[in-house]
Ligand binder design. Structure first.
Ligand SMILES: [Zn+2]
Length: 287
């Protein structure tokens, strides 16, 4: 490597780091940033039962707008279904998108301090979700986020260097101040995953909650050994598509069997939002 190239690389690296900082700062302080108190994905997923009416309300102003992954309530229409969903169309840092590293750099280690909790599996009408109240925290770069829930998408929502995976896991976290952090894990087809077998055995095939007596969910069994990740800013991938979400996508996929993929698809054949534009955001690949 010659001297001028080395100098340029150093310059680009420091500019990039500044961009990351500016990006995070401006997004964290922007009022569009999804806070715990808003109708953000983790609350929708976690408390949908508490907040919904006993009977589906006709189109009252209190009813939650109905959205889907295809048809008249599909992704192209999300922004028209409610004023609260406008970000789905107007946002500039929407998720998912095709992940391709702009730079490779040392990123802060992900301290995933999780433990097993009683198994509670929810079919919320959009995905299969496992509640993680009390399951632990993600600590990264001096910030701490509480794990709220994890859920699945098939096919994967993000692609990595153009590659789409059959299944993707999202671990949704919130900080004390309400900032969101998601850890994503891709599954490739291969050996059966024992933890998924445990969850799949108890997932409700229709909308509802299954509190399983005497069984635990241990999210540690759904993480790759190699914890290197891609870092970027993005949004919730479901309405209201709020931005300011701190994304950490694991670089290494784990395996899921063909039968396990089929079992999930029997309930949700396609619950992935289409790829969005990357626009001016920076994707850092952790070394
Ligand atoms: Zn998700």
């Amino acid at each position: 490597m010659n001297k001028s190239y080395s100098k340029l690389k150093t310059l680009l690296f420091s500019v990039s780091l500044t961009l990351i900082f500016v990006n995070q700062f401006s997004l964290a302080s922007a009022h569009s940033s999804p806070k715990k108190s808003e109708h953000a994905e983790p609350m929708d997923h976690g408390h949908a039962k508490k907040m919904s009416h006993a009977k589906p309300a006709k189109s009252s102003s209190h009813a939650k707008p109905h959205w889907e992954y295809s048809g008249a309530h599909g992704p192209q229409q999300w922004s028209h279904l409610s004023n609260k969903f406008r970000m789905c169309a107007s946002g500039r840092l929407q998720s998912p998108f095709n992940i391709h590293a702009d730079i490779s750099a040392e990123l802060p280690e992900l301290d995933l301090d999780y433990h097993a909790v009683p198994l509670r599996v929810i079919n919320n009408g959009h995905t299969i979700q496992v509640d993680q109240a009390g399951a632990g925290r993600l600590n990264v770069g001096g910030k701490s986020y509480e794990l709220l829930q994890f859920h699945f998408h098939s096919t994967s929502e993000y692609t990595i260097n153009g590659e789409r995976y059959p299944l993707e896991l999202h671990l949704v976290h919130a900080s004390e101040s309400g900032d969101l952090a998601v850890v994503g894990v891709m599954f490739k087809e291969g050996a059966e995953n024992a933890e998924l077998a445990n969850i799949w055995a108890h997932m409700p095939s229709r909308k509802g909650t299954n509190q399983v007596a005497g069984r635990l969910a241990d999210v540690n069994n759904l993480l790759p050994r190699d914890k290197r990740y891609y870092r970027f800013m993005g949004s919730l991938t479901t309405p209201p598509c709020s931005e300011g979400v701190n994304w950490h996508m694991m670089q290494t996929p784990i395996t899921v069997s063909a039968a396990q993929i089929a079992r999930f698809k029997a309930i949700y054949p396609m619950n992935a939002r289409p790829l969005q534009h990357k626009n001016a955001r920076l994707v850092v690949m952790g070394k």
